[in-house]
Write a protein that binds this ligand. Structure first.
Ligand code: AMP
Ligand code: MG
Length: 299
């Protein structure tokens, strides 16, 4: 398990102004990591990821068996920040039956014909399930805020798209999350924080490596030009939507092994904190079980 003191540094304090520059993206985040050195740290991270995968697999079984809580994992990050890979690596040990990943793209006509939260609420995990949102309702205060013209074709009531409009969206999101938490959903929100230079490197790789061509989208380059606007939209969003019930974690993501290990650790720690137990079989059912056992044995 990663030290609580370290994780606290990645957590966005509710209401606090966030400057992304204050959050690390690399591996050499503190004196302890630096003195360990990159190779040793990577080795340790890989062991920890493996341990957390196992913990997560048993935690999920308990979650499923007890059928009281659900877990919603929200993954946000700039293009190439490693959202897909994180999901693949962190969730590789869990039973697919109790886990569902939903990737949110540009909304369809049917989706924009409803309130902005509609499509997300339809994909929420049921009790016992882990739901992963690869992008989420946060896109509606990120990409949409950076490109407010997206709203022009969304049939919304007229009005200025000013602070009041965006604050109402943050409020709606907070209200939804509060409702979910009250009803037994553990919400874990991760921002995969990559640096501008690292994004450049990863986009370059997609353009230079034949096997990665398919990953490249022209829109990635177009959006990169809005880097500063996105950073600002993210900073605002963190301040407004990191709450005690559903806080944001800003995950250093320039090194995939760092991001994956930290995310896996937080997920498994937080599910374990739910202190779940296998359901107890009621006394009267024990008799039935005993009878069934005897019948089967004497077959
Ligand atoms: P990807 O995650 O690379 O498959 O890309 C999905 C694209 O859908 C990204 O460019 C997102 O910005 C975009 N997207 C996701 N949600 C929304 C939304 N609510 N409104 C507009 N664009 C969105
Ligand atoms: Mg993409």
């Amino acid at each position: 398990m990663i030290k609580e003191k370290y994780l606290k540094k990645l957590l966005v304090t509710p209401g606090k102004k966030v400057k992304l520059k204050d959050f690390p993206t690399g591996w050499a985040q503190n004196e302890e990591f630096k003195s360990l050195g990159k190779d040793a740290l990577k080795e340790r991270a890989s062991e920890l990821l493996e341990a957390n995968r196992n913990t997560l697999a048993s935690a999920q079984e308990l979650l499923w068996a007890s059928n009281i809580y659900s877990v919603l994992i929200v993954l946000q990050g700039m293009d190439t920040s490693g959202k897909d890979g994180t999901i693949r690596h962190v969730m590789s040990g869990v039973n697919p039956q109790g886990c569902r990943v939903t990737s949110f793209k540009v909304p369809t006509h049917e989706e924009t014909d409803h309130n902005f939260l509609w499509r997300y609420t339809r994909a929420l995990p049921a009790r016992g399930e882990i739901g992963i949102f690869n992008r989420s309702y946060y896109e509606d205060v990120l990409v949409v805020k950076v490109h407010p013209e997206i709203l022009d074709i969304q049939q919304l009531p007229p009005g200025r798209r000013d602070d009041k409009f965006w604050n109402a969206r943050y409020d709606d999101i907070n209200a939804l999350e509060r409702h979910l938490v009250h009803n037994g959903t553990l919400i874990l929100k991760f921002f995969l924080n990559i640096s501008n230079e690292e994004q450049k490197g990863r986009l370059m790789e997609r353009l230079e490596n034949k096997e990665k061509y398919w990953k490249f989208s022209l829109s990635d380059l177009a959006e990169r030009r809005y880097w500063d606007d996105y950073q600002q939209a993210y900073e605002n969003m963190f301040s407004k939507t990191s709450t005690g019930a559903a806080p944001w974690y800003i995950i250093p993501a320039d090194y995939k092994w760092v991001a994956r290990t930290v995310v896996a650790d937080i997920i498994s720690t937080k599910i374990q904190e739910l202190d779940l137990h296998f359901p107890e079989v009621p006394e009267e059912n024990l008799e039935h079980l005993e009878k069934a056992r005897k019948e089967l044995k004497n077959e």
